[in-house]
Design a protein. Sequence first.
Length: 85
Amino acid sequence: MIGSENDTENTMVREIMSTEVTAATEKRTVEECMTLMTRRRVRHLPVFEGDELAGMVSIGDIVNAVIHDQAIVIDQLQPYISGSY
């Protein structure tokens, strides 16, 4: 069992790695990827274009994209709400 300092010296990666990989295509939305990552409890998501690995997104990438989109919506709504549009 992993727990002491010496365990990592003798533990093979295959003993602790995930074998069922969750992936997405480049056609998925940020929201779909966020849902997939949350449900599967993964922090990184390989993204495929056809059979080729196109890249990798992290939960941090997803959160930053959501924050950016929300900031745009807030900027657009503020003048509308204050009546200065």
